[in-house]
Design a protein around this ligand. Structure first.
Ligand SMILES: Nc1ncnc2c1ncn2[C@@H]1O[C@H](COP(=O)(O)OP(=O)(O)OP(=O)(O)O)[C@@H](O)[C@H]1O
Ligand SMILES: [Mg+2]
Length: 369
């Protein structure tokens, strides 16, 4: 009888903890309940045993659904598989060791230095980092005009450190997550933790978390709150380091709470490439073009003020395609030359102007003041 009473209150407590989101406590109550049921099974007839078995089964399922508390290393493989299947259900995939190398990312020297100090070295030298109480948790938001390497450098970082890289693409999430927005945000953070050390990258984060004042959707507003809660939960958890990264080209459209210190600790401006970097991007791209003549990369760098990194790549692609077509058509200019580039520059125009840059500089200034 005593055990009956204990069982009843344990189950009630478990339910209450579960609905309050106190998962570990809920799981604890359910595990205790299972122990009691197993003891009871020894003293009852076969029919009653079947009833108890079913009760145990449903408690087991509840534990699985809630997500068991952290397991030690022995279970890490299972945990990884669980995390992968959670992410699969959410329409997200995980990669490791893919993407460009950091050497292929032209310029951005200050950002690279910061990434080495805050992320790459702590991961490569975990024991030393521990002794200095340095961990990689926290959020970093990259912002700047389109096509200048925000996504590119994050992919390179993921490759450099061989961390599990979870790429969150907002457009696919909206359709797949409809009706389950908050729940899915929680599951996603949980999976990232299970896969730690990991990078959770929210690309174009503005479309996922627009300002709560500007959106009329309740679901979206609740999603932002949930996101902020989860992010707060990651703070100072050296046992499960998850680096949360975001990128946007309209930082002023983000919900202000998302960019508040403690969530995205650092905002980093990614400007368009300067003259030197523009020449270097050209040189790098043209390295893989065999049929090329004399090209004055410095000169093209001079002529391309306002061109984004993506514009520079397009310039190379366009020029190579022109020369390729001339070769096919049997005409003379069958190499990419300086003239091919000068002709291309008449057609391909810069995508960035002074007004655009001023908006970013103003945003950065307002945040610092
Ligand atoms: N620093 C760089 N060095 C070499 N190539 C670069 C660099 N930055 C960008 N690129 C090239 O330009 C392409 C576009 O860059 P990316 O997609 O990273 O831009 P973005 O800043 O994320 O733009 P958006 O805001 O539109 O998402 C990259 O795929 C890469 O090929
Ligand atoms: Mg991008």
């Amino acid at each position: 009888m005593t055990s009956q009473k204990n069982l009843g209150s344990l189950l009630r407590d478990g339910l209450e903890y579960e609905s309050a989101g106190q998962k570990d406590k809920a799981v604890g109550c359910y595990e205790e309940s299972i122990k009691i049921l197993k003891t009871q099974m020894k003293n009852v007839d076969v029919i009653q045993q079947e009833v108890l078995k079913r009760q145990i089964q449903s408690l087991d399922n509840a534990i699985k659904k809630i997500g068991a508390p952290k397991k030690e290393k022995a279970d890490s493989k299972n945990e990884k598989n669980d995390a992968l299947s959670i992410l699969g259900e959410l329409g997200l995939s995980v990669s490791q060791g893919e993407g460009p190398t950091l050497n292929e990312v032209v310029g951005m020297d200050d950002l690279k230095k910061e990434l080495f100090t805050k992320v790459i070295y702590p991961i490569k030298f975990p024991d030393l980092a521990k002794e200095f109480n340095i961990n990689i948790s926290g959020g970093l938001l990259l912002f700047g005009p389109p096509g200048n390497g925000k996504t590119f450098i994050v992919r390179a970082l993921a490759r450099e450190v061989s961390m599990n890289f979870i790429y969150v693409n907002p457009s696919s999430l909206f359709s797949q997550w409809f009706g389950n927005f908050e729940k899915n945000i929680t599951s996603m953070f949980k999976a990232a933790k299970m896969l730690s050390p990991s990078i959770l990258f929210f690309d174009e984060i503005d479309s996922l978390f627009p300002s709560r004042d500007q959106t009329t959707s309740d679901a979206s507003r609740r999603g932002v709150s949930q996101f902020l809660n989860e992010m707060g939960g990651f703070k100072n958890d050296p046992a499960n380091p998850v680096l949360i990264l975001g990128a946007t080209n309209v930082p002023w459209q983000l919900d202000p709470a998302v960019t508040r210190p403690g969530r995205f600790d650092r905002l980093i401006y990614i400007p368009p490439p300067d003259k030197k970097s523009r020449s270097e991007i050209l040189r790098q791209y043209m390295n893989s073009v065999v049929r090329k003549g004399e090209i004055d990369y410095e000169k093209i760098g001079d002529l391309t003020e306002g061109y984004s990194a993506a514009d520079m790549e397009f310039l190379c692609r366009y020029s190579s395609q022109k020369a390729f077509m001339k070769s096919i058509e049997g005409k003379q200019n069958e190499f990419v030359t300086m003239d091919t580039f000068l002709d291309a520059l008449k057609v391909i125009k810069p995508s960035i102007n002074k007004n655009i840059i001023e908006k970013y500089v103003k945003f950065e200034g307002e945040r610092k003041s």
